[in-house]
Design a protein around this ligand. Sequence first.
Ligand code: SAM
Length: 239
Amino acid sequence: MNERTLASRIFRKIQSRIHPVIDVSDEYTDLLAGANAGWLERGNLHAISYAIKNLPSEAPIIEIGSFCGLSTNLITYYKGKHGRTNRLVNCDKWIWDHEDRYIGDSAMTIKEYLAFALDTYKRNVNLFSRSDLPETIKEFSDDFFGLWREGKQVEDIFGKIVMLGGPISFCFIDGNHAYEFAKRDFENTDEFLEAGGFILFDDSADGTQWDVARVRDEVIRTHRYEIVMKNPNYLFRKK
Ligand SMILES: C[S@@+](CC[C@H](N)C(=O)[O-])C[C@H]1O[C@@H](n2cnc3c(N)ncnc32)[C@H](O)[C@@H]1O
């Protein structure tokens, strides 16, 4: 472990003592997280639940970075729990750089791994969100927002014809965490997010090593967003 990582871990440990994470996990979220692969920060449950409960309108919810569908299925769960019927439109291309690279010492390539992740996504969402399927667009977020801006009609991965465009009420940003990408995800979201709408940045906690921290600080400096919570990731509301 390098010094930066160690310092970050110590910082997070101290932070979690001062501001303990509110964990609203229940039987369903525990069982879902046990069966559905993914990266879950438990504090996100409270942030997602809060945002969905307090959505300012019926405008769509956007998710950037769906992977195997864990956060997608959690968003669907909280929609049901809070009786919200906003559409959930999400995007992921299941393509990374250096796809022909073998993973670790295995004989498996990144490309094979991602094909499996996409297959898993479909199975997970078809089961856990079966009564409220998301509209899943197989695109990188920049291209997704380009289509959104143009108000395009597209076919999603389940074969449904989907109309894109218009205001959005909440965006969960969990795609490419490199600065330029996370920044553009914010700018694109900001363009369509209505007043009172929410943005949750994954991996934005104080002390994080991810570039998302730089974007988070820039959002704060716009003075156009209030911090609703740090649990430990930042949930913002547009003023
Ligand atoms: C950390 S994972 C998302 C985890 C997921 N939200 C969960 O609950 O497990 C990041 C995902 O973002 C996707 N991704 C990477 N770059 C992206 C981009 N430019 N646009 C959209 N998705 C992207 C990756 O394919 C990957 O599935």
